[in-house]
Ligand binder design. Structure first.
Ligand SMILES: Nc1nc2c(ncn2[C@@H]2O[C@H](COP(=O)(O)OP(=O)(O)OP(=O)(O)O)[C@@H](O)[C@H]2O)c(=O)[nH]1
Ligand SMILES: [Zn+2]
Length: 223
C-alpha cells in the first residue's frame, strides 16, 4: 500500500540530504582528492534552498536528483581549491634545454566568482628554462591551468596565479601566460554580448624583453 503523506509524519515534511556516492574514481587522482574535500551535503542543501527560492518544486520528478547532481558537479568544478601546485609541477627533467617551451591552445572551463556562471576559453603557457635547464612535463602545464580554473575565479587572477606558480616552482628564466575567454555572465545575461572575448596576459623575467616577448606572441598567434 502506498505511503500516505501526513503532516504528522516527519519524514513527509523534513528533507534529508541524500547519501552521496562520489562520482569517482576519476582517472586523475589529484582531482579526485580535491573533489573529495568539497562538502557535497552542504552544497546539496543549498541547491535545494535555491530551487525553492526561485519558485521551483525541488520534489518534482525532474528535480529530485538535482541537488545531488549539482553537488557532484561542484565538487569537480571547485576541486582546484584543494589541490597543490607544488605537486603538479613536482615532475621535472634535466634535459639541458634553454630555449622557450610553449604549450598553446589549452582549453579550460572556469567559474566566474561574481555570478557563478562559466567562463571558458584557452590558455597559452610558455617559459624559458632556468640556468639548470630543468623542464616540467608538458601535461603539467595543462594540469596547472585546470588547478587554478577549478575555483571561483576572475580571469586576471587565473592568469597571474599560473604565471606565479611556474616562477615559484620551476625557477625559469622567463614565463608568459596568455588567456582568452568568453564570459557567460556577459553573454547570457547582463550586458548580453555573446562572442565578446577577453584577453589577459602576464609575463615574467626574460620574456618581458621586447624581442623574446614578440617571439612568444608570434608563436601563440600563429595558429
Ligand atoms: N575584471 C573582471 N571582471 C569580471 C570577470 N568576470 C566577470 N566580471 C565582471 O564583474 C563585474 C561585476 O559587476 P557588478 O556591477 O558588481 O555586477 P552586475 O550588476 O551583475 O554587472 P553586469 O554584468 O554589468 O550586469 C561585471 O562587470 C562583470 O563583467 C573577470 O574575470 N574579470
Ligand atoms: Zn560573471
Amino acid at each position: 500500500m502506498p505511503h500516505e503523506a501526513s503532516t504528522n509524519d516527519p519524514a513527509a515534511t523534513e528533507w534529508h540530504p541524500p547519501a552521496f556516492e562520489p562520482p569517482y574514481p576519476d582517472p586523475d587522482p589529484a582531482l579526485e582528492a580535491g573533489a573529495g574535500r568539497v562538502d557535497q551535503v552542504r552544497v546539496a542543501a543549498a541547491v535545494r534552498e535555491l530551487l525553492l527560492a526561485i519558485g521551483e518544486d525541488p520534489d518534482r520528478d525532474g528535480l529530485q536528483g538535482t541537488p545531488g547532481r549539482v553537488a557532484r558537479a561542484c565538487a569537480e568544478m571547485f576541486a582546484g581549491l584543494h589541490q597543490d601546485p607544488a605537486e603538479v609541477l613536482g615532475t621535472t627533467f634535466d634535459i639541458g634545454h634553454s630555449e622557450m617551451v610553449l604549450v598553446k591552445d589549452i582549453p579550460f572551463y572556469s567559474t566566474c566568482e561574481h555570478h557563478l556562471v562559466p567562463f571558458h576559453g584557452h590558455a597559452h603557457v610558455g617559459y624559458i628554462p632556468g640556468h639548470d635547464g630543468m623542464v616540467t612535463g608538458l601535461s603539467k602545464l595543462a594540469r596547472l591551468v585546470d588547478l587554478y580554473a577549478r575555483r571561483p575565479q576572475v580571469q586576471e587572477r587565473l592568469t597571474t596565479q599560473i604565471v606565479d606558480a611556474i616562477v615559484e616552482h620551476l625557477k625559469p628564466a622567463g614565463v608568459i601566460v596568455v588567456v582568452e575567454c568568453e564570459h557567460l555572465c556577459m553573454s547570457m545575461r547582463g550586458v548580453r554580448k555573446p562572442g565578446a572575448r577577453t584577453v589577459t596576459s602576464a609575463v615574467r623575467g626574460q620574456l618581458r624583453e621586447t624581442a623574446t616577448r614578440a617571439e612568444a606572441m608570434s608563436l601563440i598567434l600563429g595558429r
